[in-house]
Design a protein around this ligand. Structure first.
Ligand code: GAR
Length: 208
């Protein structure tokens, strides 16, 4: 059974998609051990509590230095014996020592087709604002392993979504979530939990 930590900062709709997919069997061999938020007011924490999942807040603001926060964050993951860290709308940069220790065991959902509209400054609604400002006709979402760069790790799954006339960033965000994020994030977890995913020469291979 793959033990998951799901890291969140806000509404937690991707967390909800994972909870639902585990409940309905679309994701097998995986269990959410803990939900970790950097934001004490994240609605995601309530979603976890409603499902009886341990939910904790580890906020950089509570620590006198970044190093102490990093250490506390690492201790939480270690304490829950986590096999896979899922960044589901987690807006904190993951410390390098955690990336090192959990190499190829941290995944992130990003709301665009990487390498477009990603990297520093592209998160949440800003991604969709960028998409609309550029006038691209197709966007989507990407699940990737996390490395030391911002949105640079090996790509696991991607799904395209149409941009439509009259879209606002909010409308587009909702479509990308519904048609891509909430599908490919649970799917990636299912594939990893069932031993289908490997990384070879920096590229992801998925076995049938
Ligand atoms: C999601 O759209 C996720 O892809 C995005 O934040 C949102 C969180 O929503 N993540 C990033 O932009 C990371 N660069 P949620 O809390 O409802 O899952």
């Amino acid at each position: 059974m793959l033990k998951l930590a799901v890291c969140v900062s806000g509404g937690g709709t991707n967390l909800q998609a994972i909870i639902d997919a585990i409940d309905n069997g679309a994701v097998s061999n995986a269990k959410i051990e803990v939900v970790i938020s950097n934001n004490p007011n994240a609605y995601a924490l309530e979603r976890a509590a409603k499902h009886g999942i341990p939910a904790v807040c580890v906020s950089p603001k509570e620590f006198e230095s970044r190093e102490r926060f990093n250490q506390a964050f690492m201790e939480k993951l270690d304490a829950y014996g986590v096999d896979l860290v899922v960044l589901a709308g987690f807006l904190v940069v993951v410390p390098e020592q955690i990336i090192e220790k959990y190499r190829s065991r941290i995944i992130n959902i990003h709301p665009s087709l990487i390498p477009s509209f990603c990297g520093k400054g592209y998160y949440g609604l800003k991604v969709h604002e960028g998409v609309l400002a550029r006038g691209v006709k197709v966007t989507g979402a990407t699940v990737h392993f996390v490395d030391e760069g911002t949105d640079t790790g090996p790509i696991i799954l991607q799904k395209a979504v149409e941009v439509l006339e009259g879209d606002t960033p909010e409308i587009l965000q909702k479509r990308v979530m519904e048609q891509a994020e909430w599908i490919i994030l649970p799917q990636a977890i299912h594939l990893i939990a069932n031993g289908k995913v490997s990384v070879e020469d920096g590229q992801v291979r998925i076995r049938a």
